[in-house]
Ligand binder design. Sequence first.
Ligand code: NAD
Length: 290
Amino acid sequence: MTATRLDGRRIAEQMKQALQQEAAALHPRPSLRVLYFDTKVSQLYWLVQQQTAAALDIDVGGGLSRSECLPSNATQPQVDEVIRRWNDDSAVHGIFVHQPLPPGVDPQRVSALIDPRKDVEGIHPQNSARRFFARARIGSCTALAVMRLIEETQEPVEGKEAVVVGHSEIVGRPVSMLLLDKLATTTVCHIGTRHLEDHIRRADLLVVAVGQPELIKGRWIKPGATVIDVGINVAGGRVVGDVEFDEATARAKFISPVPGGVGPVTVMMVMKNTIEAYKLQHQQPSHESS
Ligand code: NAD
């Protein structure tokens, strides 16, 4: 068997066309502010976000209120100041803070500080709680991208053995919630999991978000499985995922490549969430946050 590749770039292009129409109907135009850091990875990701926003006519800068770059050793008060300023600015509809954060900056504090109605990553505790009760208004952008790729297979999720490797707040946990909502029998593996291979071998649906190049061996993949690789790693001078791609392709039915799988869809989901956040703020102009 040779797996069908789930082409994230093509899906992102489809989403772009739909979002372009939606954004064009909004006045004033939606605005997203990105806090990024003076590192190579963060600068590169900012460039991609800027280009994507421009294609949708989503405003990411200009004037007094614009996206900002802080040094890679920025402090908590510096990060807090930028977020508070954007929270208080009614012309800003969405806020996105790049991770990893500088050493000493607390990710949980950052998630909790962003106005939940402007939280385009869906990481504020209120948005996480809503996800827990399957009532999310703004979903986690990476988890939504994973679900969009799974949808592309047109295979039912209900009743499947789903295994998520990674239990982070921005990927593993939200993905596992969304899979539960779809009635998959969901197992979450992590750094404390014993016999990881045994879990992988019985997965009909495998989502991996660890950040270790080719941690998951192709020979572990159940024949006919769907494999979604969220990992982004640089190894041997090239970008690779967390799954041994060629070997897994020989066994899976569907597989998402790295690069070109989850990544482009996640970037587009940030833009989609910016439009959702805009609508939320225009429906509820008061600073209500329930
Ligand atoms: P994280 O560092 O917060 O979490 C890593 C997770 O992997 C943890 O749950 C940890 O318990 C688990 N883990 C570590 N070693 C393990 C092992 N040996 N066996 C099993 N589990 C193990 O990472 P994150 O923020 O969730 O990101 C994970 C990866 O996904 C990274 O490569 C990141 O760059 C990538 N990512 C991609 C996108 C995208 O849009 N494509 C978005 C977010 C993150």
